[in-house]
Design a binder for this molecule. Structure first.
Ligand code: NAD
Length: 247
């Protein structure tokens, strides 16, 4: 069995890790629906999927908004059928030291990075359990395990995502639905490109492989978990970080 023809939803697929994941799943033959936060972004996703010969498309989704999730999930199910692969990739950082952290910095990171995972999984569950086949993969972070000063909101959200994953894996194992996380280290994307050079150099010095990861190096692990090769892995968080953190 392969994932040929399976409907896959990848959030935050305009760029970076999400785009690489969408391209990986498309290369395995899944029908990929990638989401963006703007019409222009959705059109760009439709374009790269079409040029890869994929019959999926881009859609606008705000993962921090329950109504947006509800309407997008329903629209995909109506047009393509059950979503059998869900990749929760969309995420943000709003860094601040705890003394200075504002409620909206806390709330937006929890809503975008954690509550969205609960809402999207809930929206896709019925289709997966009915099909007795499903994959939920969420993109966590090494920060969930290591912590990072100034990122208490982000660490809480990503650790919550990992705990949620273990609980849901236990609920859904008997239905042949696997639930996992992939936790990247320091990856070369828009999320990290704006960091001060000195901070980047310090981070890189903590990586035994002495380089940043590439989005494709995260996507290949997500793609494996979605494939039949990963069929017996559930409840796990796979660390992909060049040795930065060893569990
Ligand atoms: P990125 O900023 O390039 O991509 C983030 C994506 O999320 C974008 O496509 C963006 O449009 C989308 N997004 C943001 N808010 C959204 C919302 N409210 N609704 C829908 N989509 C939204 O960064 P990236 O590095 O590609 O990040 C992808 C994932 O990887 C994130 O979950 C991030 O936390 C995680 N991660 C990244 C790194 C890294 O070093 N880059 C490390 C660990 C984890």
């Amino acid at each position: 069995m392969s994932i040929e023809g399976k409907v896959a939803l990848v959030t935050g697929a305009t760029r970076g890790i999400g785009k690489a994941i969408a391209e990986n799943l498309a290369s395995q033959g899944a029908v990929v629906i990638g989401t963006a936060t703007s019409e222009g972004g959705a059109a760009a996703i439709s374009e790269y999927l079409a040029s890869a010969g994929n019959s999926g498309k881009g859609l606008v989704l705000n993962v921090a908004d329950a109504e947006s999730i509800d309407s997008v999930v329903k629209a995909i199910q109506a047009e393509f059928g059950a979503i059998e692969i869900l990749v929760n990739n969309a995420g943000i950082t709003r860094d601040n030291l705890m003394m200075r952290m504002k409620d909206d910095e806390w709330d937006s990171v929890i809503d975008t990075n954690l509550t969205s995972v609960y809402r999207l999984a809930k929206g896709c569950l019925r289709g997966m359990t009915k099909a007795r086949w499903g994959r939920i993969v969420s993109v966590s972070s090494v920060v969930a395990s290591m912590g990072n000063a100034g990122q208490a909101n982000y660490a809480a959200a990503k650790s919550g995502m990992e705990g949620f994953t273990r609980a849901l894996a236990r609920e859904l194992g008997s239905r042949n639905v696997t639930v996992n996380c992939v936790a990247p280290g320091f990856i070369d994307t828009d999320m990290t490109s704006g960091l001060p050079e000195e901070h980047k150099a310090n981070l890189q010095a903590q990586i035994p492989m002495n380089r940043l990861g590439k989005p494709e190096e995260i996507a290949s692990v997500v793609g494996f978990l979605c494939s039949e090769g990963g069929a017996y892995i559930t409840g796990e968080t796979i660390q992909v970080n060049g040795g930065m953190y060893m569990a």
